[in-house]
Design a protein around this ligand. Structure first.
Ligand code: FES
Length: 160
């Protein structure tokens, strides 16, 4: 090639890989946290126990009503109780301020951030996984809870 020769360069569009497309989509669309829920009250009816490893698998196969088992999408920062109510569900509550156990749920997967709760012991939160849905928002993209946990014996003294 001599100086002064014209060089033609053709540019071909590069096909983005599937992974690149997914990464771009994830950056573009905000993924909403999902809460898979199960009503504590149906456990007895089916002979299930909170300690069952396959509790949610059994619930998924049991043909339960939407009110008793299903999934909720929760906006970032939205309280889980509010998201359930927005879906038309009648979950238990009383104070809506972290001062009773009416809205209690047991977390079995993921994490929930609670604002200023004053009613649960450290052991109940850390060891038993109790969370208050009226002041609790998902901290992980996927959360699994057994709601209506106010029926548990050790929470009875704080149910209004
Ligand atoms: S309703 Fe009382 S702590 Fe949630």
């Amino acid at each position: 090639m001599r100086s002064g020769d014209v060089v033609r360069v053709r540019l071909y569009p590069v096909q983005a890989s599937e992974q690149q497309v997914l990464t771009r989509r994830a950056a573009t669309f905000h993924v909403m946290p999902t809460v898979e829920y199960l009503n504590y009250e149906v456990l007895d009816d089916h002979g299930w126990d909170m300690e069952d490893d396959d509790l949610f698998e059994k619930a998924a196969d049991a043909g339960l009503d939407d009110e008793d088992y299903g999934e909720l999408e929760v906006n970032h920062g939205e309280y889980i109780l509010e998201a359930a109510e927005a879906q038309g569900y009648d979950w238990p509550f009383s104070c809506r301020a972290g001062a009773c156990a009416n809205c209690a749920a047991i977390i079995t997967e993921g994490e929930i951030h609670m604002d200023m709760q004053q009613i649960l012991s450290t052991e109940e939160v850390d060891e038993r996984g109790v969370r208050l849905t009226c002041i609790g928002s998902p901290e992980t993209e996927e959360v699994q809870i057994v709601y209506n946990a106010k029926h548990l014996d050790y929470l009875q003294n704080r149910v209004i």
